[in-house]
Design a protein around this ligand. Sequence first.
Ligand SMILES: [Fe+2]
Length: 356
Amino acid sequence: MHAGRALATFYQCGEPYRLDARTLEFRGTSAWGERVLPDGGISAHPKVCPRTGDLLFFNYSKQAPYMHYGEVDRHDNLVHYVPVPLPGPRLPHDMCFTEHFAILNDFPLHWDEALLARGKHKLAYHADRPSRFAIVPRRNAPQGAVRWFDASPTYVLHWLNAWEEGTEIVLHGYHQATPMPRGGYDNKGATLGPERYGPTLYEWRFDLATGRTTERRLDERLLEFGMINARYWGQPHRYSYNMIAHPGSFLFDGILRHDHVGGASQQYLFGAGRFGSESPMAPCHDASSEDDGYVVSFVTDLNEDRSECIVLDARDLARGPVARILLPHRISSGTHACWADASELSPATAFEGTQP
Ligand SMILES: [Fe+2]
């Protein structure tokens, strides 16, 4: 949601489509989409800063400089757009941000360069090359060169959050143990089974003073598609709501709440034959704490051949749903989802910003 509209984007880049969030009616492509289309347009996973209302986005393509970073203000004007040059075509999926920086990436999983030169697309993983992270100044920060940090080789589909801590930038996301499964990829969906690539919640720290990277695993379980209270994006968070991966396919068995300060975790499992989607956190209007609100998910029930929306108390997931809303028809087992407050659904509503 940005500038009062839903924004539909594609992970291999394209035009940003505006939709009425209530009716899903097409409302056109934003004018700035034309400006960035020669560079690929906009990738999936742009982010909206909860303090400024700015849309932070990136794109990538097979033409040099291969990647760009941009910002669109809350009135839908492109106000910042810079190249972030890469050594060649890459396949970044997601981005993250802090108060002053956007974080983009160059992972060693990308198109095989020799085959690409012949017009063929095949993924290659270079376990002998580092992961690289770009720290890009946001428009509100002093403008300077993009800073690059090396880290151990991996691939990351999704980030959880990032923030600044002293001279360090802290980044949380889902590190893959084996980005290229043994035997390579197949086209049967089994490739996406979490046991094949082993995503776990992980922390990277980039020290702007020393140029050093430190990294550590935060949890041993196979998790992905994490959410936090979106009012805390770019700031330190305490609680995350992570999807528990189902072995063998791209499905989720449940939600795990992780307390990053206290260390405790609790979970809710959807039950046999029931699979959830990414589960956003919906904070209460008068929230008294970060976890004062609800976690919302779409569950597809293969036993009953129907789907429902479930609402869980964010502080007590294990209790099970406090509300279930049966949907009029079955939907595909979900992947991404987002939560928007009703006040965000109209372009006539001025964005006033929110504070944790
Ligand atoms: Fe994604």
